[in-house]
Design a protein around this ligand. Structure first.
Ligand SMILES: Nc1ncnc2c1ncn2[C@@H]1O[C@H](COP(=O)(O)OP(=O)(O)OP(=O)(O)O)[C@@H](O)[C@H]1O
Ligand SMILES: Nc1ncnc2c1ncn2[C@@H]1O[C@H](COP(=O)(O)OP(=O)(O)OP(=O)(O)O)[C@@H](O)[C@H]1O
Lengths: 215, 215
C-alpha cells in the first residue's frame, strides 16, 4: 500500500489528500494551520500540524516513510523549501504545484518529477470543451487523438454503423454508443450492424479536426 | 464565430481567455487591474479595464454581445455580483468559478449553467493518476468507463490481440496500440491479428476495476 505525503491543505491539497485516501493510499496530510489539520483528520491516516520547511519536524511526522510527496503550498518560498525538505528526506517521487511558469522551472531543476498548474490545466480543458459546443464531452488523449461524445445527428438516426462508415468518410471511429433507452449504459465496441436510434449519443475517437468536421 | 466574455484574469481566467482565443472564439477579456488587461491584450480581440460589478461599464465594454460569459474572479462578493451583471446583460450561458461548495450552490441558484472548481477537479484527476502508477495515462470517461494507456506487460509481448482476448478475460477493450517504433503514432482500432511488440503501449477502454485487475 503506497504512502503519500500531501503538504499544504488549500483547496487543491485538501481535495488531493481526501481523494488519495479514498483511492486506497495511506495519506500523511501536513499543514501549519491547525484548523486545516483538524478538518482533514477524519479522511486520512495521519494529519500533522507542522512547518513543512523544517526537516526535523517533517521527519518526526513520518514523512520520510512516504513513497511520494505532493507539495500543494500556494506561496513560492515555503513551497520551494518544502520540496527541498522532501528531497532531503529521500522521497522517491516529488510533485509540486507551481504558482508561475518560472516557479515551475525552478521546481523541475530542483528535482520535482512533475509540476502541476491546476488553474491553467483546467482553463485549457474548459476552453476545448467550450470550443466544441455540440460535443457533450471532449477529452484530449494526446496531441493527436481526442475522444468526444456527441449526440446522434439527424442523418445518423436509423442507420447502422457500417452504413454510416464514419471511419472512411471522416477518419473517426465509433468506440461506444450511449443508448437513450439506457442512460447509464455505454455499449462499448459496438458492432457494424448496430443501428443508431434518436437521442443516442456516439463516443468517437479520432483527431480533433476530424471530429469537428463531423459535428 | 462565438463571442466569450472572460471576467477576471487570474491564473485561471488569463489562461482561459488565451486558450479560447486560440480555439477561434472572439474573446472580450475583463479585469479591473490595468496590468492584467495590458498583459492579455495581445492575445484577445478586446481587453477592457472595468469593474465587473458595474452593469453600465460592462455594457459599454461590449459584454452584452457575448454568447457566453465566464466569471473567473477569486473573491466571492465581486464574483457573485459579476454573475448577476452577466444575467442582467442577457448572456445565454454563464459559467463561474466557485470558491467553496456553498458558493457553488449560490451560483447555481442564481443561474450559472456550470460551476467550476479548478483546484478540486485537478486534485481528483491527479489522485486517479497517482492511484494507478502502472498506467501512463488515465482518463475517466464517465462514472463507469475509463481509458488507460498501459505499457505492454511481459506476457503480452509476441501475442496477437485475439490470442490475448482481453475482452472475455478482463472485460477490457484494446482501442489503440502505441507502437514503440513510432512514438507519435497511435494505431486506432487495431485488428485481431495485430501483434504486440516489446515496449508498445496499449490504449484500453473499460471499467476502472477491470483495467486495474489487468495491470
Ligand atoms: N511552511 C508551511 N508549512 C506547512 N503548510 C504551509 C506552509 N506555508 C503554507 N502552508 C499551507 O499551505 C496551504 C495552501 O497554501 P495557500 O492557501 O497559500 O495556497 P493556494 O494556492 O491559495 O491554495 P489552493 O488554491 O489550493 O486553495 C495553506 O493551508 C497553508 O496553511
Ligand atoms: N470587481 C472586479 N471587476 C473586475 N475584475 C475583478 C474584480 N474583482 C477582482 N477582479 C479580478 O479578478 C482576478 C482574479 O481574482 P483573484 O486573483 O482573487 O482570483 P484567484 O482565485 O486567486 O485567481 P486564480 O486562482 O485564477 O489565479 C484578479 O485579476 C482581479 O483583479
Amino acid at each position: 500500500n503506497r504512502t503519500a505525503a500531501v503538504i499544504g491543505l488549500g483547496q487543491f491539497g485538501f481535495e488531493l489528500a481526501k481523494s488519495l485516501a479514498l483511492a486506497g493510499l495511506e495519506v500523511i496530510a501536513i499543514d501549519n494551520d491547525e484548523t486545516k489539520v483538524r478538518d482533514i483528520a477524519e479522511f486520512v491516516a495521519f494529519a500533522v500540524q507542522t512547518d513543512a520547511s523544517d526537516p526535523k519536524s517533517m521527519a518526526e511526522a513520518g514523512v520520510a516513510e512516504a513513497d511520494l510527496g505532493i507539495v500543494a503550498i500556494g506561496e513560492m518560498e515555503p513551497n520551494i523549501l518544502a520540496v527541498m525538505v522532501l528531497k532531503e528526506l529521500g522521497l522517491g517521487e516529488i510533485l509540486a504545484k507551481a504558482i508561475t511558469p518560472m516557479h515551475g522551472q525552478i521546481l523541475r531543476q530542483l528535482g520535482a518529477s512533475k509540476v502541476i498548474e491546476p488553474e491553467r490545466e483546467i482553463a485549457q480543458r474548459l476552453a476545448k470543451q467550450l470550443a466544441h459546443p455540440n460535443v457533450l464531452e471532449f477529452v484530449e488523449l494526446s496531441d493527436e487523438f481526442s475522444l468526444a461524445e456527441v449526440p446522434a445527428l439527424e442523418w445518423m438516426v436509423g442507420k447502422t454503423l457500417v452504413e454510416m462508415n464514419l471511419r472512411s468518410k471522416f477518419g473517426v471511429s465509433v468506440i461506444g454508443i450511449r443508448r437513450h433507452a439506457d442512460p447509464h449504459g455505454l455499449v462499448l465496441n459496438p458492432l457494424a450492424g448496430d443501428k443508431i436510434e434518436a437521442k443516442d449519443a456516439l463516443v468517437l475517437l479520432g483527431r480533433e479536426k476530424d471530429i469537428t468536421k463531423l459535428v
